[in-house]
Design a protein around this ligand. Structure first.
Ligand SMILES: CC(C)(COP(=O)(O)OP(=O)(O)OC[C@H]1O[C@@H](n2cnc3c(N)ncnc32)[C@H](O)[C@@H]1OP(=O)(O)O)[C@@H](O)C(=O)NCCC(=O)NCCS
Length: 215
């Protein structure tokens, strides 16, 4: 039997998650709508309704599976904390959503936590550890022995070389290449198109080819 599910955020990422669920997991989830504080309840977004904001979700009688359709790492984590506080801890259900066209080369050696979205055409090879609530967006590749913490957002077409490390809340812009086994510190941002050939500290912004600290 399929299970009721909601998506937090009706923006672009939320709608992409909806498309993945509707097209590829219709027997697993019954998508009942979006949770979005910024839109009027009842509004239709791609044929799905806005149920209401977070408060409404916390008051619902059913406990749906929850997918987080937000790209900003800090906002993701704030929302997950609110939900965990609002619901009883053990009944919040944050499934992973792995697009059927994503390729995990050696599943037995890829550890994946909860609440992750791995989009269409992502490739993850082997001996990779992925924590919770990460976004790995379209066509990105993650090489052997890499580590991705929690609440990271990896935008489309990112190439992460073997042995790289992304600490919690890292945001990696579209088309970035992490060459060498570089590490990206907690909360750091890598601008679109950057080629990173050294490790980046915490809460820094880097951009360019080769990447340099810009903030
Ligand atoms: C790096 C980034 C976060 C910086 O944003 P910001 O803090 O608002 O910075 P600004 O736009 O004010 O730019 C600051 C400087 O960095 C430069 N810069 C910004 N982004 C850059 C990038 N990706 N590559 C090279 N230089 C960049 C700007 O030209 C500017 O240079 P200047 O001071 O000489 O004029 C942002 O530009 C970026 O790349 N975000 C990722 C976007 C993305 O991948 N989206 C995914 C959509 S699916």
């Amino acid at each position: 039997m399929n299970r009721e599910a909601v998506i937090i955020g009706a923006g672009g990422l939320g709608r992409e998650i909806a498309a993945t669920i509707i097209n590829y997991f219709p027997n697993q989830y019954h998508l009942i709508g979006f949770i979005d504080d910024g839109l009027e309840p009842g509004t239709k977004v791609n044929d799905l309704k806005i149920i209401g904001g977070l408060e409404k979700l916390l008051k619902m009688r059913i406990r749906p599976s929850i997918f987080i359709g937000l790209g900003n790492p800090k906002i993701k984590s704030t929302i997950v904390s609110k939900l965990r506080r609002g619901f009883e801890l053990n009944i919040v259900n944050f499934p992973n959503l792995i697009h059927p066209f994503a390729r995990l080369h050696q599943g037995d050696f890829i550890e994946i936590g909860i609440g992750n979205f791995i989009a269409d055409s992502v490739i993850i090879t082997t001996n990779v550890k992925i924590g919770d609530f990460n976004l790995i967006n379209l066509t990105s590749t993650i090489g052997h022995d890499s580590y991705i913490g929690n609440y990271c957002s990896i935008m489309p077409a990112v190439n992460i070389s073997g042995g790289a490390q992304l600490e919690d809340f890292a945001y990696v812009g579209t088309g970035v290449k992490l060459i060498k086994a570089s590490s990206i510190g907690k909360g750091s941002i890598i601008g679109a198109g950057a080629v990173v050939n050294q490790s980046v500290g915490e809460n820094e912004t880097w951009a360019g080819v080769p990447a340099r600290k810009i903030g």
